[in-house]
Design a protein around this ligand. Structure first.
Ligand SMILES: Nc1nc2c(c(=O)[nH]1)N[C@@H](CN(C=O)c1ccc(C(=O)N[C@@H](CCC(=O)O)C(=O)O)cc1)CN2
Length: 290
């Protein structure tokens, strides 16, 4: 293996320690403890694990969290009603509705009702717009965390070509915006892109966010490139469940300069950045009120 592994687990732990220190200062100076409302609808086991980890991280960072667990048959109207109450609650600085939602609920409608200034997931169209025109807002946690990892190993992206595979509103598009803000030349690739391996071979920074297990192979990667694997896929190997990314780690690590593993790469940064967005939200409210 030639690539250096980017240890997202360790970097996320470092970030959480920094957030804890800043939260303690905020409490001391202003008597404010940032509050995060976490809404879980239904009984998806993976979502339950992610929510548990988010609540744990909140406590570790000295933030306050309130969990709202609703049954799988919750109506859209009831969820919208809860979001409205959380919008109006001054002790709540951040609102997170765990995705996916049960099929009877229109996720866009729910996410669109969250007050953009409490939208710590950064999924509201207002925050997508703010990001695209360079205004302060909330950046979705996975791209924000991925950008922090890229900054660690390649702080100057001017003159670099970044390829983002995947065009989702939650990861691909905001990731491309962040890379553009850092002066990279950015290409968004997707399922209809011609010669995807050839395009990827031109990337100095390659971000894979497609949800296709082990899709990116070693011969898709430019020697020395920074490879960020956003994929979290559960597959079966020899009859056992295994968590893998969108990148074939074994072959890509032979070629890349830096690579994130799965697990313990981008995933832990997603949760750390949720804490960071919640802290930012409280800091902005304090600044606006003083
Ligand atoms: N409202 C949201 N819903 C969802 C988001 C989100 O950012 N906001 N992202 C994903 C799930 N997710 C957080 O919610 C998330 C997924 C994975 C990880 C993580 O740390 N993964 C570990 C592996 C964990 C495992 O064993 O399963 C890793 O990569 O090391 C954190 C957060 C969809 N929903």
């Amino acid at each position: 293996m030639v690539a250096e592994i980017i240890d997202g687990f360790a970097i996320a732990a470092e970030l959480r320690r920094d957030i804890a220190a800043r939260a303690a200062e905020m409490k001391e100076a202003y008597g404010v403890v940032p509050g995060l409302a976490v809404v879980l609808v239904g009984d998806d086991p993976a979502s339950a694990v992610y929510v548990r980890n988010k609540l744990k991280a909140t406590a570790e960072c000295g933030l306050r969290s309130v969990e709202h667990v609703l049954p799988a048959n919750t109506s859209e109207a009831d969820l919208l009603d809860l979001v409205g109450k959380l919008n109006a609650d001054p002790s709540v600085h951040g609102i997170l509705v765990q995705l996916p939602l049960p099929k009877q609920i229109d996720a866009d409608k729910v996410l669109g009702l969250i007050d953009p200034d409490k939208d710590v997931d950064g999924f509201h169209p207002v925050n997508a717009g703010r990001l695209s025109i360079g205004l302060p807002g909330f950046v979705p946690c996975t791209p924000r965390g991925s950008q922090i990892l890229i900054d660690r190993v390649l702080p100057n992206l001017a003159g670099k070509h970044a390829v983002v595979i995947g065009r989702s509103n939650i990861v691909g598009k905001p990731m491309a915006q962040l890379l553009l803000q850092k002066n990279a030349t950015v290409t968004i690739a997707h399922s209809k892109t011609a010669d995807l391996p050839g395009l990827c071979r031109t990337a100095d920074v390659l971000v894979a966010a497609v949800g296709r297990p082990l899709m990116v192979k070693g011969d898709w990667v430019k020697p020395g490139a920074v490879v960020i694997d956003v994929g979290i896929n559960r597959i079966e190997v020899d009859g056992k469940g295994k968590l893998v990314g969108d990148v074939d780690f074994a072959s890509v690590a032979e070629v890349a300069g830096h690579i994130t593993p799965v697990p313990k790469g981008v995933g832990p940064m997603t949760i750390a950045c949720l804490m960071l967005n919640t802290l930012d939200s409280a800091a902005r409210r304090i600044a606006a009120e003083s």
